[in-house]
Write a protein that binds this ligand. Structure first.
Ligand code: PMP
Length: 361
C-alpha cells in the first residue's frame, strides 16, 4: 500500500485512523453482520450512532441546547439558496460580505430568493484580505448577515467573525469548521459541507439557533424546511448514512486528539511552517494574502516564474505530494492543510519546496 501526502482542497484527506476503522468494520458494523451502508436509518443501531455523532459534535463545539444540529444533504451550494428560502420572507433583503469566490457564489445563489445587499466587499482590492465591517455597514432591517469564514480558493480566513449587531450571523464554515474552538453563541447559523474537515461529500452539517427555525420564510416544500428537518432529527427522508457515520468517527478522532484547542495548536504549527517557507524563499514563492487574514487551512502560493509551474507539479507528484495545483481563478499552487493532514506532510512539502528552489532558483 502506498499513501501519498494529500493536499486536496476537497474532497480532502481524512484521518488515517478513521479510514482504518471504517475499513475494519465495513463488513460487520457494530455486530450487525452488515455494513452501516446496508442498514435502515430507522433501525436502532443507526439511530444510536447518529445520536452519538450529534452528541460528540455538541461536545466538541460546546453547542448550547438552544441550537439544533442538522445532518443534511445538497452540499453547501444548495444551502446558499435554501438559507434565504427558510430565513427571509418574500420581498425581504439580506446582507452579504464578499471576500472571494465562495461568498460571491453564496450571494448569487441566494439572489432569486432574497434581495442581496453587499454590506462589505474586498473585491476591488483583489480579494487579498478582509473588508472592514462595522455596525454602520449593516442594514438593521436585513433578514441576516452572511459571510464565508474561510475562502477555500483565495486562502482568506476570519480569525473572529464580523460584527453583526442584532442580525443573525450566518457562516459558511465549509473549509474551516472544527479547525479551532468556536463561540457558537455568536452565530445564528453555522453550516459546512463535510468534505474537508468532517468526512465524505454529500453531507452538510448545520448548527442553527432554534428561534430561527420558527421564521416563516417562503412557501417551500417540506423537505427544504429546516424546522421540519429539526423536528424529524434530520430524517425527513433517507439521510446520507455513510457520511453521517464517517462524520461520527471523525468527531471521535478529534476528541481523541485532545479536542479543538489541541487541533488548533497543530493547525497553527502546520500553517506557520508553510508560510515561513514561502516568506523566506527570497521571492521564489509568494502568498498574496494580508498576513492577518491568511488562512490556516488553504494556502495558495505562486512561483516567481509561472513557466516552472508544470515542473513543480510534476516533481512534487513524483515526490508523493498530491493535489498541489492551485484553483484556476488564482493560478499557481495551493496546499490545503485540513485537520487530517499531519505535520509530517507539511514537513515533506517544505523540504521539497526548498530543494526545488535549489534546482531552479
Ligand atoms: N463553500 C466553501 C467555503 C467551499 O469551499 C465549497 C466547496 N469547496 C462550497 C461552499 C461548496 O460546497 P459544495 O460543493 O459541497 O456545494
Amino acid at each position: 500500500m502506498s499513501r501519498v501526502w494529500n493536499f486536496s482542497a476537497g474532497p480532502a484527506a481524512l484521518p488515517i485512523e478513521v479510514l482504518q476503522q471504517a475499513q475494519a468494520e465495513l463488513l460487520d458494523w457494530n455486530g450487525t453482520g452488515a455494513s452501516v451502508m446496508e442498514l435502515s436509518h430507522r433501525g436502532k443501531p443507526f439511530m444510536a450512532m447518529a445520536a452519538e455523532a450529534e452528541a460528540d459534535l455538541r461536545r466538541l463545539l460546546q453547542v448550547p441546547e438552544h441550537y439544533a444540529v442538522l445532518f443534511l444533504q445538497g452540499g453547501a451550494t444548495q444551502h446558499f439558496a435554501q438559507l434565504p428560502m427558510n430565513l427571509a420572507s418574500p420581498g425581504a433583503s439580506a446582507d452579504y460580505v464578499l471576500t472571494g469566490h465562495w461568498s460571491e457564489k453564496a450571494a448569487s445563489e441566494a439572489a432569486p430568493y432574497v434581495k442581496v445587499r453587499i454590506a462589505a466587499s474586498s473585491k476591488e482590492a483583489g480579494y487579498r484580505g478582509l473588508p472592514a465591517v462595522d455596525l454602520a455597514s449593516l442594514d438593521p432591517k436585513a433578514a441576516y448577515l452572511h459571510y464565508v469564514a474561510n475562502e477555500t480558493i483565495h486562502g482568506i480566513e476570519w480569525r473572529q467573525p464580523p460584527p453583526s449587531g442584532e442580525l443573525p450571523l450566518i457562516a459558511d464554515m465549509s473549509s474551516n469548521i472544527l479547525s479551532a474552538p468556536l463561540d457558537v453563541e455568536r452565530f445564528g447559523v453555522i453550516y459546512a459541507g463535510a468534505q474537508k474537515n468532517i468526512g465524505p461529500s454529500g453531507l452538510v452539517v448545520m448548527i442553527i439557533r432554534r428561534d430561527l427555525l420558527q421564521r416563516e420564510g417562503q412557501p417551500i416544500a417540506k423537505i427544504l424546511r429546516y424546522r421540519e428537518q429539526a423536528a424529524a432529527d434530520s430524517m425527513l427522508n433517507t439521510p446520507n448514512t455513510w457520511g453521517w457515520y464517517l462524520a461520527g468517527l471523525t468527531f471521535k478522532w478529534i476528541l481523541a486528539q485532545g479536542g479543538l484547542a489541541a487541533v488548533e495548536a497543530e493547525n497553527i504549527r502546520k500553517s506557520s511552517l508553510l508560510y515561513q517557507a514561502i516568506d523566506q524563499s527570497g521571492g521564489f514563492y509568494r502568498n498574496p494574502v494580508d498576513t492577518a487574514a491568511r488562512s490556516r487551512m488553504n494556502i495558495p502560493f505562486t512561483l516567481h516564474d509561472p513557466a516552472l509551474d508544470s515542473l513543480f507539479l510534476e516533481q512534487s507528484a513524483a515526490a508523493g505530494l498530491m493535489a498541489l495545483k492551485g484553483h484556476k481563478a488564482v493560478g499557481g499552487m495551493r496546499a490545503s492543510l485540513y485537520n487530517a493532514v499531519p505535520l509530517a506532510a507539511v514537513q515533506a512539502l517544505v523540504t521539497f519546496m526548498a530543494e526545488f528552489v535549489r534546482r531552479n532558483g
